[in-house]
Write a protein that binds this ligand. Structure first.
Ligand SMILES: Cc1cc2nc3c(=O)[nH]c(=O)nc-3n(C[C@H](O)[C@H](O)[C@H](O)COP(=O)(O)OP(=O)(O)OC[C@H]3O[C@@H](n4cnc5c(N)ncnc54)[C@H](O)[C@@H]3O)c2cc1C
Length: 388
């Protein structure tokens, strides 16, 4: 009997854990090497469009998602200062009818817990700071701080936007500061007004965006509707901090958003002081794979959060690489070429559209959002366009 393929995943983020769970479900021998001393996610929400939900359902996570995720019926866009209705577009209302799966919002930690449950503790190694990966003959090798090396049949670099695996394969390349900084905050739903304005954007169930020339705020329910998550992005020419995330204060949040709708500022006043993030991305890459080492998620295609798709792409990548390895398990170079061929054009296009959406958001008046339907319609579980 042929021995099981050994697959090493560097980084236990959303993408790495999706790949780990999808490969384990196919009975491959996997190990996840995570730099942090525990597996955890930032205290913030995440939106998962139907393309990501489809993968999570295929992996058997529907019962967990049903317990904590919120299906937002529509997106409602409001003006930043007077909270006037601008436009709305269906999310779950369209998604369920068209694709059979909803558009979901959730706390990242809840998604993490669901993904981690499928990966045994013994296969997740923490405090593992990878400094690079390469291929020698038919063996993939990852090197860690201190000089230790591990061998595998395939190494997947899922180590995020500042990926050490990427740098070791393709050289140093500094991520681009996108000109946008954000605050991330959560407030209990019972301090949030239900209906806003004559057109009644319902902040308890809808996905609502407040758009102004210098920023945009997106809020949506998480934790089965018990909390409201706020992403508060603003144009900020320079990110002077060395770290990408630094503490902020209630005073700073109120100051940056001074002049915005009093309803929004009141909601924000209930948020505990949190963190601000400098948002970075990179240009699409020309290549992800060298030998038996490849990349996924933000390591391969970090993007602006304007389409809420970076995590969804990482989830799609995780499933896709498991499927491509499984379908070509006797020919790893072919498996990785198939994976990259399927994923790179799509994720590159999403990266560029995310940038364009950011530019559009700054226009006065801002045009309607660019269509994400082509993104939603892709079925990563089969590698086919859902609408084709
Ligand atoms: C403000 C904001 C809002 C967003 N909103 C959304 C949204 O609504 N929907 C959506 O789909 N996406 C969203 N995204 C994007 C999404 O968060 C990312 O695309 C996603 O987290 C990428 O997952 P990943 O697993 O590739 O990388 P990460 O989540 O960055 O995980 C990388 C992992 O690798 C580990 N690691 C790093 N370096 C090493 C090393 N050298 N050795 C070992 N381990 C290492 C890290 O500790 C981490 O655990 C948003 C992003 C931001 C910044």
């Amino acid at each position: 009997m042929a021995r099981k393929l050994r697959i090493a995943i560097i980084g236990g983020g959303i993408g790495g854990l999706t790949a780990a769970a999808a490969l384990r479900a196919r009975d491959y021998e996997i190990n996840v090497y995570e730099r942090a001393s525990s597996l955890s996610e930032v205290g913030a929400g995440i939106q998962i469009g139907p393309n990501g939900v489809r993968v999570l359902y295929a992996m058997g996570f529907k019962p967990q998602l049903d317990a904590f995720a919120c299906s937002t019926p529509k997106f409602v866009s409001l003006t930043f200062d007077t909270a006037q209705f601008r436009l709305s577009e269906p999310l779950s209302d369209l998604s369920v009818g068209k694709y059979g799966v909803p558009y979901l919002t959730m706390h990242r930690a809840d998604l993490y817990d669901a993904l981690v449950k499928d990966v045994p503790d013994s296969n997740v190694l923490q405090d593992q700071n990878c400094i690079g990966a390469f291929t020698r003959g038919d063996v993939a090798i990852a090197r860690f701080e201190g000089g230790r090396e591990i061998e595998a049949d395939v190494i997947i670099g899922g180590d995020g936007v500042r990926s050490a695996v990427r740098e070791s394969l393709f050289g140093q390349d500094t991520p681009r500061y996108t000109g946008q900084t954000c605050f991330r905050a959560m407030v209990p739903m019972d301090v949030v007004p239900k209906a806003i304005g004559p057109d009644k954007a319902n902040l308890h169930v809808d996905n609502a965006g407040w758009i102004g020339p210098k920023g945009h705020v997106i809020c949506y329910p998480i934790r089965a509707g018990k909390m409201l998550n706020l992403f508060c992005g603003f144009v900020n020419d320079a990110w002077a901090e060395e770290s990408w995330t630094v503490p902020t204060s209630q005073d700073e949040m109120q100051q940056v958003f001074a002049g915005w709708s009093p309803i929004l500022l009141d909601i924000l006043s209930h948020a505990q002081a949190g963190f601000k993030w400098g948002l970075h991305d990179r240009d699409p890459m020309q290549q992800w794979t060298k030998g038996r080492v490849t990349l996924l998620g933000d390591a391969a295609h970090p993007m602006m959060p304007t389409l809420a798709q970076g995590g969804c792409m990482a989830i799609e990548d995780g499933w896709s690489i498991a499927r491509c390895i499984d379908e070509n398990s006797n020919d790893i170079p072919r498996a990785l070429a198939t994976y990259e061929g399927e994923r790179r054009p799509r994720t590159s296009r999403v990266q560029l559209q995310a940038r364009q959406q950011f530019l559009n958001n700054k226009k006065v008046p801002a045009p309607p959002p660019l269509s994400r339907e082509w993104i939603f319609a892709w079925d990563a579980t089969t590698g086919k366009d859902y609408t084709a």
